[in-house]
Design a binder for this molecule. Structure first.
Ligand code: SAH
Length: 236
């Protein structure tokens, strides 16, 4: 089963996800999967940290796929536990393809994505009547001018609605620059949440213009969500 573990708070996994987790022989967990859920597992469950799977010349993702397939072929019930939702920037569908190609059926259990839940629990709804009719979830793992980038930053700049940036702390200066150049007002409200929904949660309210400097001076580090748009003013 490919299970979304939710954004961090152990109570935000789905009922189905928790039930399947309780039946697992093997759990292959991501770094962002709620760690408390792992602590609840019985001692005879094999827990594999996906970030620590040794891999040689194969890519890390191939090594993870190999472990999933290997344990399933050994007759084990394997739960692949991810943070948030498994199909939101989590390579979940690649794992589904690898398993089904190997003849292993996969149950997909959606999760509460951090893209919506982290702002929510920091006091910010991603939509609000009269403020926006769209919200876009964007990966910031590549710079706007990266040849492999698939993001239309100019379109995001002219759009009025909410932008939810994931994996964007490292390159926030570049994203802010291209959004302001493209027409987003410099005073657009911004919310930044690090370690959302957990006891380590930190939040920061800023404007588009000063967000990079505030993020650096506050020492905000990944994992963090950056919400840009009128809704980000809530809870300030
Ligand atoms: N599948 C996940 C997202 C994986 S991408 C989901 O649906 O939530 C990883 C990025 O998600 C992180 O870099 C960060 O931007 C964001 N993220 C995940 N959990 C978070 C949390 N608890 N607080 C803040 N950001 C989080």
């Amino acid at each position: 089963a490919l299970v979304g573990g939710g954004p961090g708070d152990a109570e935000l996994i789905t009922v189905r996800g928790r039930r399947l987790l309780a039946h697992a022989d093997v759990v292959v967990a991501d770094r962002l999967a709620p760690q408390e859920l792992l602590a609840e597992l019985s001692p005879d469950v094999e827990v594999i940290d996906a970030a620590k799977i040794p891999y040689g010349r194969a890519m890390a993702q191939d090594a993870i796929n190999d472990v999933l397939i290997d344990r399933a072929r050994a007759g084990k019930f394997v739960v692949r536990l991810k943070g948030g939702d498994p199909f939101v920037f989590a390579r979940g569908y690649e794992e589904v393809i690898a398993c089904t190609d190997a003849g292993i059926p996969v149950t997909v259990v959606p999760g509460v994505t951090s893209a919506i839940a982290v702002p929510a629990l920091a006091g910010v709804p991603v939509t609000h009547r009269g403020l926006n009719h769209e919200f876009v979830v964007v990966s910031g793992h590549l710079a706007p001018d990266h040849p492999e980038s698939l993001v239309n930053w100019d379109a995001l700049a002219v759009m009025k609605g909410t932008i939810v940036l994931l994996m964007a702390v490292e390159r926030i200066e570049l994203f802010v620059k291209i959004l302001i150049q493209g027409g987003r007002p410099a005073d657009t409200p911004v919310l930044v949440v690090q370690h959302g929904t957990t006891s380590a949660q930190r939040t920061l309210h800023a404007t588009l213009a000063d967000a990079p400097e505030r993020i650096r001076s506050d020492g905000i580090r990944p994992p963090a969500i950056i919400v840009i748009g009128p809704v980000a003013a809530f809870g300030a």
